[in-house]
Design a protein around this ligand. Structure first.
Ligand code: NAD
Length: 489
């Protein structure tokens, strides 16, 4: 399967036919194929199997058969397989990066960074696999002992988005496998090639047949609903939009399936009155422009103290105007295309509605003509607090700047949303910055820092941004159950 990487990386003009990975074998789909596009050009690059319900059943059977054996496999052995996975993904980082650039549209340098980040989850959870320990404690009455241990929750269904085609997969697969769960992974329809390439690397690393199964489809609804109704599925881990997450929680409720949810955001970026504006602009460039703004942790709203708002907007517009936009696989490109035509239309619609409501475009704001799915870096000022870009997740390179009166105003506005994933705070004062961090209703805050992601840190949101945490010490807990035994000694 490594040849999938090589074939695509060679990009010889032919369209790559791909197969899915079920029960340790490479197979076609029951319902034909679907097309994968290069968003930089808008042309088809691959035909990928369209799995049907029968394929999902096949994958669940394989995972259920592998589950008890994998759960009983020594943690050290599971750890060593994951460690080999880390080494293989690291060794293939350039090829994986090319594949991600090609099917998702992130610039090559960022894709290289994602390959490394994705590998880190395999390394981190290879280290955690041997630490899923229990406790031995005395009951408060002193009458007996309480023993606990942890065991894998069972077969896990993993659903991932397109925006980080490798890291969103390893962030789930690595802790699941480390905990002793067999998995059925359904990657996003826009980026299945990276998922299949990762499956090939993990197969090579020694993951036994049936422990990891990858089903690809562009028609997920029936397949996922059937899987969630299957009693062999004990766990759902989903990363994607809040609307789909809510739908899946309702489906999972019928059988009380254990759920982890990483959902959407509307992340505020606070620049307090004592902030260093240049430092804040540098952080904003990362928090806004990384992945073309298509990140759940992307800064969605810039809440800047009124004494700094004009300077901040001007400097941010200057920095964003200097970005080279172009095909993702061109080495010089700093901002690539959006994922698909629908995404461009959605971003343009939010910007247009906000301009109609009174916002002004200091930079960008118009969809360019030509091939590919591009939207330019855009800075909006005089943004009404209730306009579309301020209250909806933009998922593109659009920076709305809103002037705020003081810290209380900034924090009240930051919290005035049902989302609660991430936030950013810029201040020269550690105590003032930390006070703001404590008052923000989010799962993660960048304090004078524009990037949050770290395999060793707990990633996740509050409110409608999700349930549970991925990465860090906490990430493996999502795949473990605690068992308690009361003794009579
Ligand atoms: P999406 O919800 O459209 O799709 C996510 C996954 O769900 C895909 O695999 C898709 O095929 C599947 N899916 C879609 N409809 C389904 C249905 N009816 N039944 C079953 N499965 C279905 O999201 P997206 O557009 O791929 O990703 C963007 C969203 O993901 C944004 O809102 C972003 O904030 C969020 N996201 C969150 C995090 C996080 O960690 N919190 C990380 C990345 C992305």
């Amino acid at each position: 399967m490594r040849s999938l990487l090589a074939d695509v990386a060679a990009r010889n003009g032919s369209i790559v036919p791909a197969q899915m990975y079920i029960a340790g074998g490479w197979v076609d789909g029951a319902d034909g194929t679907f097309d994968v596009l290069d968003p930089s050009i808008g042309t088809v690059i691959a035909h990928v199997p369209r799995a049907g319900v029968a394929d999902a059943q096949h994958a669940i059977c394989a995972a259920a058969a592998a589950q008890p054996v994998w759960a009983a496999t020594a943690p050290r052995e599971r750890a060593e397989i994951l460690r080999r996975g880390f080494e293989l993904v690291t060794a293939s980082a350039d090829e994986l990066a090319f594949l991600m650039s090609l099917e998702m549209g992130k610039p090559l340098t960022e894709a290289r960074g994602e390959a490394t980040y994705a590998a880190e989850f395999l390394r981190w959870f290879s280290e955690e696999a041997v630490r899923a320990d229990g406790t031995y404690r005395t009951a408060p009455a002193g009458t007996n002992k309480i023993l606990t241990w942890r065991k894998p929750v069972g077969v896990a269904l993993l659903l991932t988005p397109w925006n980080f085609p490798a890291a969103m997969i390893t962030r789930k697969v690595a802790p699941a496998l480390a905990a002793g769960c067999a998995v059925v992974l359904k990657p996003a329809e826009d980026t299945p090639l990276t998922a299949l390439a990762l499956a090939g690397l993990l197969e090579e690393a020694g993951v036994p047949a049936g422990v990891l199964n990858v089903v690809t489809t562009d028609r997920p609804a029936a397949l996922v609903a059937t899987a969630l109704a299957d009693p062999r599925i004990r766990k759902l881990s989903f990363t994607g939009s809040t609307s789909v997450g809510s739908l899946l929680l309702k489906q999972a409720a019928d059988r009380i399936v254990n759920c982890s949810m990483e959902l959407g955001g509307n992340d505020p970026f606070l620049v307090l009155a004592d902030a260093d504006v240049d430092q804040a602009v540098a952080g904003a460039m990362l928090a806004k422009i990384r992945n073309g703004g298509q990140a759940c942790t992307a800064a969605n709203r810039f809440l800047v103290h009124e004494s700094l708002a004009g300077e901040f907007a001007t400097k941010l517009a200057t920095a964003m105007a200097g970005l080279r936009m172009g095909p993702a696989t061109t080495a010089e490109t700093q901002i690539g295309p959006m994922i698909n035509a629908r995404a461009v239309t959605g971003i343009a619609d939010k910007v247009d509605r906000s301009i109609s409501a009174g916002a002004s475009a200091l930079l960008g704001g118009r969809t360019p003509a030509g091939a590919g799915f591009f939207y330019p870096p855009t800075v909006l000022t005089d943004v009404p607090r209730d306009s579309a870009v301020a209250i909806e997740e933009i998922f593109g390179p659009v920076a709305p700047v809103i002037a705020v009166h003081d810290d209380d105003d900034a924090i009240a506005l930051a919290n005035a949303t049902e989302m609660g994933l991430a936030a950013y705070v810029y201040s020269r004062s550690l105590s003032r910055g930390l006070a703001a961090c404590e008052r923000l209703e989010v799962g993660m805050v960048g304090l004078n820092r524009g990037v949050l992601s770290d395999a060793a840190a707990p990633f996740g949101g509050v409110k409608q941004s999700g349930l549970g945490r991925e990465g860090g010490y906490e990430g493996i807990d999502e795949y473990l159950e605690t068992v308690y035994v009361a003794t009579d000694f």
